[in-house]
Each structure stands twice: as structure tokens, then as C-alpha cells.
Design a protein around this ligand. Structure first.
Ligand code: PHE
Ligand code: ZN
Length: 896
């Protein structure tokens, strides 16, 4: 956090290799909360591949320099300053020893070395290591670490760092030590240490080549009963990477540690992954099906980084998607394989739909605003602001397109070549693309644009059928529509878009596909190589006018524009063999209807719903050939945020009215069906978080949520009250509570208040459940008589609220500001005033978290004039008061 007037912009084009390299580093920590002493000894030498530098510049922040010695001799020409340490006159090869101090107990940023629940933790990505010691804190400086930790034995019985434990023992004054050695070279952002009173669940397994591995999940003692699922997820991850990619765990020991104060989800430190408790701790009473699935995904994600991120890392932070996009793709595939194996297409589609929903709602929005940036950004002010949906989720889509182009085997060949070429190196996104190209004998020069162009591509489709010639032509055009200025500046030319397509006949079955020039038909889904601004593809032998199924399985991260009629969408919803597109057809149908209603709501015109929508949805709801999980997704309406985003002028109140109107109509028209569904999909017996059981619960709880929308919600209140009391798992209990809160907006019910109070008492000692308690209240529907801002402000004073804990801040503040649009965007500006207060408060404590919250207003220009002006005022107020580089970058870009 700096306080300069104009923060410096870092450009990708300015990359230069480091002037010095570090051959090895030895760290000694004397861990004391108020003042920890770090002794850092580095074997350094000049980099033969870099220009000769006059001085050595080490990065350092918030450090107190104690001493510097070069080859054992105190070094006079060393200058400590705000950003680090400058050493003049250093030899070509030398041993540099630096002693410094830092203050972990004071560290509220949760970057560097900090204290949480009286234990020590570190977080070094991206640039936290420089808050621990002076260093060449950049990912292309890789070295081997030997780390000694010393601390009071009673307070900190467990001392962990990366790699292997090579020595431990007692010291004088009740202290003890542990010495760790990591045999693999790594960049500083992968360093970690943990010290404290922790216990572990342990397992020993043999990896594919027969080597014994020790696996540990470390938590605070009272959480040991919530570690089993994380351990199982870890074992599944290890097996999956062996099988799918031939990648084996390379250390003898692999540790996961849970910490309750953490800025992000989790961190892939070599051999010592540190996790937000939210992505580790679970048992049926405290965690929902979604939590169980998220834990599996995040454990997988961090484990997979061991190869994609750690063994091969990033040359510089502009290449972040090299590890993140690839690793998100890998965790998505892992989850899909766990749910559906390689062949259950519907189960795989459920995961795909969930991922695409997130992409379209969050990444597309990001790509349309002032923070739009390419998957490989060109510049940044604060790198922490670029851990984005674009780098992660769009990056994963870019990786997925290689697999769509080359198939699973071709993708695997590319991965093999990538590791063969780059194991142990810090490389760039281009190196990954070239490995995929070379392994598959294809020129992927054009594909580079997916890394350099921002904005969401739009593909418009026109089709024509010539009955006499039995030819069907599909003309595709690509462009970016009216992209935001930030995105427009990066756009140079057409992309290589793998465009998957199928043609459906009148009976609902796929037609065989033969493109002009081919000797015979093959397959019913084809991936078209769409490379030009406009391109026409001709299918021959097409016996009847088909209905096109476009962009099957969402084969590229684009918006498809095609004029389907409502009847055609209903037909696709009923028949498309591609489960993703079946879902997509329903979403298009609903979106179109909802947007029309929102436009009317904006003018206070009466609302009316076309019966065809109800009929189409009813058909899916009662189609027993479809899995419950799929039906749940199909019956879920597009979110308010997504809908508001599609309007010429975002109007959250109108969207809310329109969406609520449709929900109520679907609730009333299908009341009997919902009741039947509720009954049929109860899952009696012991809880299991399997995708199948979760699907039943999900559909049942969706039915409950719809029933709670009825003007007379008596059925829902009765069912939810019983479900709340009898639940043997958090999924059902939380869904029941949520239904009671929803029902109480149409009709006051004492059941809601008493369930809320019971929930708090029951789970008072489970912070992650109390987070849900805050979030449920912050996201509930309000009314003119009961605006939710009042509820939120009152909860801010609750003894369990603590703004310093990111999970808790997210559960109340972020939930309200980002997940309750109709209430947050209240016309009186009360939501924005609250937002400004909280951004400013967080800015002083934790700039990373503050900057995330700051982003809640970045699309302000897209809203109705009344809201827009109030948002601008709030942004300007924040811009004039915040100190951190993190928040300033966000609000200044928003106001440009
Ligand atoms: N690298 C982490 C992940 O994706 C995310 C992270 C970034 C965590 C920065 C902490 C700090 O898995
Ligand atoms: Zn990651």
C-alpha cells in the first residue's frame, strides 16, 4: 500500500530478465507475533542473460532492516527505502545475508506473514514475500529454499514449511525448531510457513509409481471432524492427475492447512497448500452440497497447480492465465469426470452449465466495463486486481478451445510436450500455445488473439435452406458489437473460433452432417473452424429444413445472435441432443420474455406472461428422462444481475419486478407439479454429497423456493418448517430457512424469525455457518416497509460481525452490495452510501478486499440516469478518500 499521487503503471512490453539470480536461499525465522526476525542468506550471481546492472535492487515492504552483509562483511552501501533495498558495488558472485524484522500481529492485509486465531500463516502470491524479507520477488527468479522456524513450543507446537522436514528439536526457553528443505526450485510466491496449535488428519497412499506419500489436512483441533471430505478430494485429485495427464505427486509429503482469515479461496504453495477454511471444512451438518462440490474443486485446483503453476510457472504476472486458466480448466474437467465419468454427457453438462452461468454473469460483465482486459493483460497498477474472471474463467475457456480443436488425445499430446519443453522453467502463455500447436501440427498464430484481445466476441448467424439442392448454408459473422473503450483498444482482427454445430430434423433427431467437399456424412456435431470476419459453411444432402443447434456445449466464449422463434426454442428445449443447448434454449426463451417484461415494468405498465413459456417449462419439469440436477438448472431463471446487464439501461428494480412476476406465475401455474416434485425428490436416510443425491435435493429445494413465491405461501411455510426442524444436513436446513424468509415477504410469518434465531443458536460456534446466516439475511428480498439496508446496518453492529475477517465481510457487505441488486440499487442511494463507507473502512485494513468491494460499482455508466448520478457521486467520494493503490486503480478506471 503506497500513498503516492499517481500510482505507476506496469507494462507487459517492459519485461526484462532479472539482472541477478539466486542459486539458493536459507531462511531463519524467530517467530514472535509483535516482532518476527528473519535472517535471509542468499547465494547470488549476475544473470549472464541480462544487461549488466550498476546496482542490485531487492524488493521489500513494511520491513525494518537490521543488518546487511556481503560475503560475511557488513555492507555499508546498502540503502533501505519504501519499496526495498538498494545495494551498490556488489561482486559478480556473492553471499548476501540480510536480517530484518516484521510485525505479523499488526498485519491486517493478510499478505506476507500474519497472525490468525493466534497462529502464524503466510500468503505470498503475488507480491507478499517482499513483506517477509528483502528479495528478488518476481516469478522468474526461482531457487531452492532451506527454512528454519523457531518459536515457543507451547504456543506453536506445529512448525511447517515447504518440502521435506529434515530436522527438528528443542531449544532453550521453552522454544523449539523445525528445519524444512524444498528440493524443487520455486519462485518466492510459492513460499509458505505455518506455525501454531493445529492437528492433522493423515493418510498414507502409494502414488502410481509405487512411492509412499504422506497426506495431511491441518486444522484447529475443534475442526478435525470436518476434514474427511477434503482428504478424499485430495486423494481423488492425485489419482485423476495420474490417470488423465500422467502427472505424479513429486514430493513425499503433501499438506493442506486451513485458515479462517484469508483473502482468496486457497493457495498452491509447494507441498503446503494454504486454504480458506471455507474450502476445506465440511460435514453434513455444517456444509451444503455446493460447499462439498466447491471443496472438491478447490482442493483439485490447488493440487493440479503443482504441475501447472509450480513445476512450470509464469515468467511474469502478465502470464497469470498460463497457470490459472489452465488450472481452472483442469479442475472443471476433474469435477466433470468425478460427476459423470468420461461418458455421462448429462452429468458433464450440468457442470458445464454451472461454469458457463458464472462466466456469462461475471466475466462477460467484466469484459464490458472499465476493467476489461485481455486474458493476458497489457498493463496493471496493482497485480492483485488482476486475479479476475477474465484471467481465470475466460482463460479456462481459451484452454478448453484447444481441447475442442484437437480432442482429448490431441490436448494430452500438447500437455506432454509442454512439460517436456518447460519443466522447471518460468514461461509465457505463448509457450503453451506453441506446445499445443507443435504437438498437433497446426499453426495457431491466429489463436494468439484470444490472449491479446479484450471484450466478448459476438457471432451473428444467418441460415438458408435450398430445398431443391438440399443444401443448407450457415453464415457466421464475428465482431465485438459496441464494446467498452477499454476492450475496443485491444481488438485487431478475427479470432479462430471453434464453432460446434448440429442440425435437427423435424422429428427432433440430429441429421447426419456432410459439409460441401466431403465424400460422406460423418457425425451429428461438427466443430467449424471459423476464422474470418464472415464465413459461410454449406451442408449438403440436407433432406429437410433443419433447426440449427448452435455453439454446442458452449464451444467458445462468445455471444451467439440468431433469430429463433419462441416455438423453435421450445422445440430445442424439448429435443436437442446436446444437453447444454437444451438448457440454453430454455434460458433464451426465459431471457427474452423477462427482458420484455422488465421493459414494461420500467414504464409501470401491467405485466403479462405468455403461456408458451409456462408450457415449455412445465414440460421440462415433469420430464422424468432428465436428471433432477439438469431439471433444476433448466427451471432456474437467469439471475437479476445477468438480466440487468442485458438491458440498454440497467434497471434493477424493473428486473426484480419482472423476474418476481414470472416466478410467481410459474409457482401458481405449476403448483401441483411443484408439490409433487417436492414429495418425490425427498432423500431420506443418511446424507451423502454425491452429485446424484445433491440433484434430488436441489430440485426438491427449488420446488420449495417456488412454492414460497405463492401469494398464499401456506404450503411452503408448512413444508419448510418441517424440513428445517427435521433436516440432517445443511443443504436442506439452509434451503428451508431461505424459503421461510422468502415466504415472509408476502405474508408475515413468525416461523421465519424463529428459524433465524434457532439457526444462530445452533451454529454459534461454526463461523462458516454464521457466514451463511449473515448472507441469507443480506440477500433476502425487501419491501418498501422493510428495506434490507436497515437489516444490514443493524447486522453490522452484531457481536459476531467482524470486518477484519474477509469471509465475514463478504457474507454481509459483499452479499448485500453484489448479490441483492434490487435492494442495493435503491433509488434513494442508501446502498451506495453504505458501499462507500465500507470501501473506505476496508481500504485502511485490507486493500485487496476493499478493491474487490470497490468493483461493485464499476458498471455504473450502464444504469438508469437517476442511479448513475448517485453511483458517480459515491465513486468520487471514495476516490477522494482512499489510500491504497488497489482501490485507487479500480475507482479511477471506473471514473475515466
Ligand atoms: N493462486 C491462487 C489460486 O488460484 C489464488 C490466490 C491468489 C490466492 C493470490 C492468494 C493470493 O489458486
Ligand atoms: Zn489457481
Amino acid at each position: 500500500m503506497t500513498d503516492t499521487a499517481t500510482p505507476a503503471v506496469i507494462h507487459r512490453a517492459d519485461y526484462a530478465p532479472p539482472a541477478f539470480l539466486i542459486d539458493s536461499v536459507t531462511l531463519e525465522f524467530d517467530l514472535v507475533p509483535a516482532r518476527t526476525i528473519v535472517k535471509n542468506s542468499m547465494r547470488m550471481r549476475r544473470n549472464p542473460d541480462a544487461a549488466r546492472a550498476a546496482r542490485l535492487e531487492l524488493m521489500g515492504e513494511q520491513l525494518e532492516l537490521v543488518s546487511v552483509a556481503v560475503n560475511g562483511v557488513p555492507h555499508a552501501a546498502a540503502r533501505a527505502h519504501e519499496h526495498g533495498l538498494t545495494l551498490d558495488d556488489v561482486p559478480d558472485t556473492f553471499e548476501l545475508t540480510i536480517v530484518s524484522a516484521c510485525a505479523p500481529a499488526e498485519n491486517t492485509t493478510l499478505s506476507g506473514l500474519y497472525v490468525s486465531s493466534d497462529n502464524f500463516f503466510t500468503q505470498c502470491e503475488a507480491e507478499g514475500f517482499r513483506r517477509i524479507t528483502y528479495f528478488l520477488d518476481r516469478p522468474d527468479v526461482m531457487t531452492t529454499y532451506t527454512v528454519t522456524l523457531r518459536a515457543d513450543k507451547a504456543a506453536y507446537p506445529v512448525l511447517l514449511s515447504n518440502g521435506n522436514l529434515i530436522e527438528e528439536g528443542d531449544l532453550a526457553d521453552g522454544r523449539h525448531f523445525a528445519k524444512w528443505e524444498d528440493p524443487f526450485k520455486k519462485p518466492s510466491y510459492l513460499f509458505a510457513l505455518v506455525a501454531g496449535r493445529l492437528v492433522a488428519l493423515e493418510e498414507r497412499i502409494k502414488s502410481v509409481s509405487g512411492k509412499e506419500k504422506l497426506l495431511q489436512v491441518w486444522v484447529e483441533p475443534h475442526d478435525l471432524d470436518k476434514t474427511r471430505h477434503a482428504m478424499e478430494s485430495l486423494i481423488h485429485s492425485i489419482r485423476w492427475d495420474e490417470e488423465r495427464f500422467g502427472l505424479e505427486l513429486d514430493l513425499d509429503r503433501f499438506m493442506i492447512v486451513a485458515v479462517s482469515d484469508f483473502n482468496m479461496g486457497a493457495m498452491e504453495n509447494k507441498g503446503l497448500n494454504i486454504f480458506n477454511t471455507k474450502y476445506v471444512l465440511a460435514n453434513p451438518e455444517t456444509a451444503t452440497d455446493t460447499d462439498f462440490a466447491n471443496i472438491e474443486a478447490v482442493v483439485g485446483h490447488e493440487y493440479f497447480h503443482n504441475w501447472t503453476g509450480n513445476r512450470v510457472t509464469c515468467r511474469d504476472w502478465f502470464q497469470l492465465s498460463l497457470k490459472e486458466g489452465l488450472t481452472v480448466f483442469r479442475d472443471q474437467e476433474f469435477s466433470a469426470d468425478m460427476a459423470g465419468g468420461a461418458t455421462d454427457e448429462t452429468a458433464r453438462a450440468v457442470k458445464r452449465i454451472e461454469d458457463v452461468r458464472v462466466l456469462r454473469q461475471m466475466q462477460f460483465a467484466e469484459d464490458s466495463g472499465p476493467m476489461a482486459h485481455p486474458v493476458r493483460p497489457e498493463s496493471y497498477v496493482e497485480i492483485n486486481n488482476f486475479y479476475t474472471m477474465t484471467v481465470y474463467e475466460k482463460g479456462a475457456e481459451v484452454v478448453r478451445m484447444y481441447q475442442t480443436l484437437f480432442g482429448r488425445d490431441g490436448f494430452r499430446r500438447g500437455m506432454d510436450l509442454y512439460f517436456k519443453r518447460h519443466d522447471g522453467q518460468a514461461v509465457a502463455c505463448d509457450d503453451f500455445r506453441l506446445a499445443l500447436a507443435d504437438a498437433n501440427g497446426r499453426d495457431l498464430a491466429q489463436f494468439e488473439r484470444w490472449y491479446s484481445q479484450a471484450g466478448t466476441p459476438r457471432v451473428t448467424v444467418e441460415t438458408a435452406y435450398d430445398a431443391d439442392a438440399q443444401r443448407y448454408t450457415v453464415t457466421l459473422k464475428q465482431g465485438y458489437g459496441d464494446a467498452a473503450p477499454a476492450a475496443r483498444a485491444t481488438q485487431k482482427g478475427p479470432l479462430l473460433i471453434p464453432f460446434a454445430i448440429g442440425l435437427i430434423g423435424r422429428d427432433g433427431a440430429d441429421l447426419p452432417l456432410r459439409l460441401e467437399g466431403e465424400s460422406a456424412a460423418s457425425g451429428t456435431t461438427r466443430v467449424l473452424d471459423f476464422t474470418e470476419t464472415e464465413q459461410t459453411f454449406t451442408f449438403v444432402d440436407v433432406r429437410e429444413a433443419p433447426l440449427p443447434s448452435l455453439l454446442r456445449n458452449f464451444s467458445a466464449p462468445v455471444v451467439v445472435e440468431y433469430d429463433y422463434t419462441a416455438d423453435e426454442l421450445a422445440f430445442l428445449l424439448a429435443h436437442d441432443s446436446d444437453p447444454f443447448n437444451r438448457w440454453e434454449a430454455g434460458q433464451r426463451l426465459a431471457t427474452r420474455e423477462l427482458l420484455a417484461l422488465a421493459a414494461r415494468a420500467a414504464e409501470n405498465a401491467p405485466l403479462q406472461l405468455d403461456d408458451s413459456v409456462v408450457t415449455a417449462f412445465a414440460r421440462v419439469l415433469t420430464d422424468e428422462t432428465l436428471s433432477p440436477a439438469f431439471r433444476e438448472l433448466a427451471l432456474m431463471l437467469p439471475s437479476e444481475a445477468y438480466l440487468a446487464e442485458q438491458m440498454a439501461e440497467s434497471n434493477p428494480a424493473a428486473v426484480h419486478r419482472a423476474r418476481q412476476f414470472v416466478r410467481k406465475r410459474l409457482a401458481a401455474a405449476l403448483r401441483e407439479a411443484w408439490l409433487a416434485i417436492y414429495d418425490r425428490h425427498r432423500t431420506p436416510g443418511a446424507y451423502a454429497p454425491t452429485p446424484e443425491a445433491a440433484g434430488h435435493r436441489g430440485l426438491k429445494n427449488l420446488a420449495l423456493a417456488y412454492l414460497a413465491e405463492l401469494d398464499d405461501p401456506a404450503d411452503a411455510v408448512k413444508l419448510a418448517t418441517a424440513q428445517y426442524a427435521e433436516a440432517n444436513n445443511m443443504t436442506d436446513r439452509a434451503a428451508a430457512l431461505s424459503a421461510l424468509l422468502a415466504a415472509s415477504t408476502s405474508k408475515e410469518t413468525p416461523a421465519a424469525e424463529s428459524a433465524l434465531a434457532d439457526f444462530y443458536r445452533r451454529f454459534e460456534k461454526e463461523p462458516l455457518v454464521i457466514d451463511k446466516w449473515f448472507a441469507l439475511q443480506a440477500t433476502q428480498r425487501g419491501s418498501a416497509a422493510r428495506p434490507i439496508i436497515d437489516v444490514v446496518r443493524k447486522l453490522m453492529t452484531h457481536p459476531a460481525f467482524n470486518i477484519k475477517n474477509p469471509n465475514r465481510a463478504r457474507s454481509l457487505i459483499f452479499s448485500f452490495c453484489s448479490a441483492n441488486p434490487a435492494q442495493f440499487h435503491a433509488e434513494d442511494g442508501s446502498g451506495y452510501a453504505f458501499w462507500a463507507e465500507q470501501v473506505i473502512a476496508l481500504d485502511a485494513l485490507n486493500p485487496q478486499v476493499a478493491a474487490r468491494l470497490a468493483r461493485a460499482l464499476e458498471l455504473w455508466r450502464r444504469y438508469t440516469p437517476v442511479l448513475r448520478e448517485k453511483m458517480r457521486a459515491a465513486l468520487e467520494q471514495v476516490a477522494s478518500q482512499v489510500k491504497s493503490r488497489d482501490v485507487r486503480e479500480i475507482v479511477e478506471k471506473a471514473l475515466v
